[in-house]
Design a protein around this ligand. Structure first.
Ligand SMILES: Cc1ncc(C[n+]2csc(CCOP(=O)(O)OP(=O)(O)O)c2C)c(N)n1
Ligand SMILES: [Mg+2]
Length: 570
C-alpha cells in the first residue's frame, strides 16, 4: 500500500518530471513524509527544489519548459500559495507553457475522523469556497483528487493535457486526508498517456498557400513563437529561402528566424510607427502569433491577402481578437513547413520571381544591419542600451541562452543580441513582469553546461523576487549572469500615458510617480541573498570589463553575477 502522495510522486517520476519546485505548508505532511520515505528506500522521485516564493517556483518551471518542452511540477500551499503564484500563472497560460501545479486543500474533517484531520488553527482560516476558482481561467485543466485510488491516472492525464498543443498549465488540489489515504500500487504505462500528435495542414492548404506565395510580389511571414520548436525554424528557413519570402517577427518570445539571414526583416514591438515590410506585403502568412500587428499603429495594406497557421488560430482565451484572415488553419508549424517544403520538392518554382523577391528583402536586410551597427557605437559618456547589448553579445557568444525582459528595451536586446540559433533567446510570452530570474534558474537546471544570461529592466528585476532567486541560484548551483538595464524606474507606463495624452498634464509634469530615484542597490541585493558578484556600472568605458568579470564569476567561481548598468535615459 502507498499513500496518495506517494502515488503522485511515482506518477510524476514515470511521466519524466525531473523537478518539483516546492513551497510547502500545513497541507503537505503526507507529501513531505512520502518524499522522505522514497529517499530512505532509494525509490526515484523528482528532485525537490525549495522555492521561498511561489512566483519564482512557477517561473522556474516556465523557463525549464520553454527550453525543453517538458512540464515540471510546482507544489504550493492551499489558497494562499495559489494566490502567491501571482502573475506567473498568467504568463504560463498566455505563453502556452506546460506546468503541473498541485496545491493542498485544508483538511475536510475536524473531529479526527481520518489521518490528516484538522489540528492547526490555520486550517479553518484557509478553508475557502472555491480554491480552484482562483486560477481556473488560466488553467487548461483543473481537478480535485477525491480518492487515493486513481491519483496516478489523474496526474498522467493532467500532464497529457498540459503537454498537448496548445500547451498550458494544469492545476490539481487534494485535501490532507485524501493525500494521506492509502491505495494499492497502480501500474501505469506512461506510453499510454502521450501528448496528442502534431496536426498537419490539409493538402489543399499546402497547394493553396504555395500558389498564393508564388503569385505574390512581396510575400511576408509574421511570427512570434514558431521558434519554440527549433525544428520549425529549420523548415521555415528552407521554405523562405526557396521562394524568397521575407520574415518579420512581431513581439517574438523565441528565436524564430536567424537574424543574419537576408530574408529577416527585423522585429516589431510597440514601435509607434507603421512597419514598412508589413505595409508593402501583398500576401501575409501569420504563423504562431498572438499579436502579429497593432492595427491602430501598424497594419497590412488593405489589398493584402492574409492567412494564418497557428496551434491556436482562434485565440479562444482572448476575448477580443481578429486579423482579417481569409484562410485559417490549426496546425503545428514544424509539420506544416515540412509539408510545404515537401511540395516544393515536387513542383516547379519560378526561380526568376523567387530571385527578385530575395534580392528585394536582402537589400532591406543590408540597410537594417548597417543601421544597427551604427547604433552600437558608444555615444559620449552615456551608456546606450544598444551599446550595452552589443557588448553582451560579443562577450557571451552565440551559444549562450539569453532571457529578454527588457520591456522598453525588448527591441534593442532582440536586435543587438542578433541571435542566429533557435533556442538561444527567450521572452516570457506573457504580460506579468518578473519572469527572468526564476526562468534563468529553470533553464540552468535544464541545461547545466550552458551559459545563461538574463537581461532585465530595473522594474522587472524588482518584480522577479531577486532575494528568492539569488538564494536559490547559490543553493541549487545554478549561476547565471544578470544585467539590469537601469533607467531608474518604469519607462513603459510613461510611454503609455504620453501615447494617449501627448499634450496633457502628464506631458508637462516633472514627476509621474514612475521613477526609482535614487534606485536600490540591485546587485547588492543579489550579493546579500546569494553571494553574487555585484557591480554598478555608470560609464561606457567600464562596460566591457564589468561583463568580462561577471562572466568569469559565473563560469569560474560558479556564482551568479548581477551587473547594475545605468543607462542614459529615464
Ligand atoms: C506584474 C505586473 N505589474 C505591473 C505591470 C505594468 N508594467 C508594464 S511595464 C512596467 C515597467 C517595467 O519597468 P522596467 O522593467 O524597469 O522596464 P522599463 O519600462 O523601464 O523599460 C510596468 C510596471 C506588469 N506588466 N506586470
Ligand atoms: Mg526601467
Amino acid at each position: 500500500m502507498v499513500t496518495a502522495s506517494a502515488a503522485m510522486l511515482e506518477a510524476l517520476h514515470e511521466a519524466g518530471v525531473s523537478y518539483i519546485f516546492a513551497n510547502f505548508g500545513s497541507d503537505h505532511p503526507a507529501l513531505i513524509e512520502a518524499i522522505a520515505e522514497a529517499r530512505s528506500s532509494g525509490r526515484p522521485i523528482p528532485a525537490i527544489v525549495t522555492c521561498p516564493n511561489e512566483m519564482a517556483a512557477m517561473t522556474c518551471a516556465h523557463g525549464y519548459a520553454q527550453l525543453t518542452g517538458r512540464a515540471q511540477a510546482v507544489v504550493v500551499h492551499v489558497d494562499c500559495g495559489t494566490q502567491s503564484l501571482g502573475g506567473a500563472v498568467h504568463n504560463a497560460a498566455k505563453a502556452r507553457v506546460p506546468v503541473f501545479v498541485f496545491a493542498g486543500l485544508s483538511p475536510a474533517t475536524q473531529e479526527g475522523e481520518a489521518r490528516g484531520s484538522r489540528n492547526e488553527f490555520i486550517q479553518w482560516i484557509q478553508d475557502v469556497p472555491d480554491q480552484r476558482g482562483i486560477v481556473r481561467q488560466y488553467m487548461k485543466y483543473d481537478n480535485e483528487l477525491r480518492s487515493p485510488h486513481n491519483v496516478k491516472q489523474i496526474v498522467h492525464r493532467a500532464l497529457q493535457i498540459a503537454q498537448s498543443d496548445p500547451k498550458g498549465p494544469v492545476y490539481l488540489v487534494g485535501a490532507r486526508e485524501v493525500m494521506e489515504a492509502e491505495t494499492g500500487r497502480v501500474a501505469i504505462d506512461p506510453a499510454e498517456w502521450p501528448p496528442i500528435a502534431a496536426s498537419p495542414l490539409p493538402e489543399t492548404a499546402v497547394e493553396g498557400l504555395i500558389d498564393s506565395i508564388q503569385k505574390a510580389a512581396r510575400p511576408l511571414i509574421v511570427t512570434s513563437y514558431l521558434g519554440r520548436n527549433p525544428v520549425a525554424v529549420t523548415e521555415l528557413v528552407r521554405f523562405c529561402g526557396r521562394l524568397g519570402v521575407g520574415v518579420l517577427e512581431s513581439v517574438p518570445s523565441y528565436v524564430n528566424f536567424p537574424h543574419g539571414d537576408p530574408l529577416y526583416q527585423g522585429s516589431h514591438w510597440n514601435h509607434p510607427f507603421q512597419n514598412r515590410a508589413l505595409k508593402e506585403a501583398d500576401f501575409i502568412l501569420v504563423v504562431d502569433s498572438d499579436v502579429p500587428w497593432i492595427p491602430t499603429v501598424s497594419r497590412p495594406s488593405e489589398k493584402a491577402a492574409i492567412a494564418i497557421i497557428d496551434v491556436d488560430p482562434l485565440k479562444e482565451s482572448t476575448p477580443l481578437w481578429s486579423i482579417r484572415a481569409r484562410q485559417c488553419y490549426r496546425a503545428d508549424a514544424a509539420t506544416a513547413f515540412a509539408q510545404l517544403n515537401a511540395r516544393l520538392d515536387r513542383i516547379d518554382i519560378d526561380e526568376e520571381d523567387a530571385g527578385r523577391r530575395r534580392r528585394h528583402y536582402a537589400g532591406r536586410s543590408e540597410t537594417r544591419k548597417a543601421e544597427l551597427a551604427r547604433l552600437e557605437t558608444p555615444k559620449g559618456d552615456v551608456i546606450t542600451p544598444e551599446y550595452l547589448t552589443a557588448c553582451v553579445r560579443r562577450a557571451v557568444g552565440p551559444e549562450a541562452i539569453v532571457l529578454n525582459e527588457g520591456i522598453t528595451n525588448y527591441p534593442a536586446i532582440s536586435d543587438h543580441m542578433a541571435r542566429e540559433k533557435p533556442g538561444t533567446m527567450f521572452a516570457s510570452g506573457g504580460g506579468s513582469l518578473g519572469w527572468n530570474g526564476g526562468a534563468a534558474i529553470g533553464m540552468k537546471l535544464a541545461v547545466p553546461d550552458k551559459t545563461i544570461v538574463a537581461l532585465t529592466g530595473d522594474g522587472s528585476y524588482m518584480f522577479s523576487q531577486p532575494s528568492t532567486v539569488h538564494w536559490m541560484a547559490r543553493r541549487y548551483r545554478t549561476p547565471f549572469l544578470q544585467i539590469v538595464y537601469n533607467n531608474r524606474g518604469w519607462k513603459a507606463p510613461r510611454f503609455s500615458a504620453l501615447a494617449v495624452h501627448p499634450d496633457g498634464f502628464a506631458s508637462r509634469a516633472n514627476d509621474l510617480d514612475l521613477s526609482f530615484d535614487p534606485p536600490p542597490d540591485y546587485s547588492g541585493i543579489a550579493a546579500a541573498a546569494g553571494g553574487a558578484f555585484a557591480r554598478i556600472v555608470k560609464r561606457p568605458q567600464d562596460v566591457e570589463a564589468a561583463i568580462a568579470e561577471g562572466l568569469r564569476a559565473v563560469l569560474e567561481e560558479r556564482r551568479s553575477a548581477v551587473l547594475d548598468v545605468w543607462l542614459s535615459d529615464h
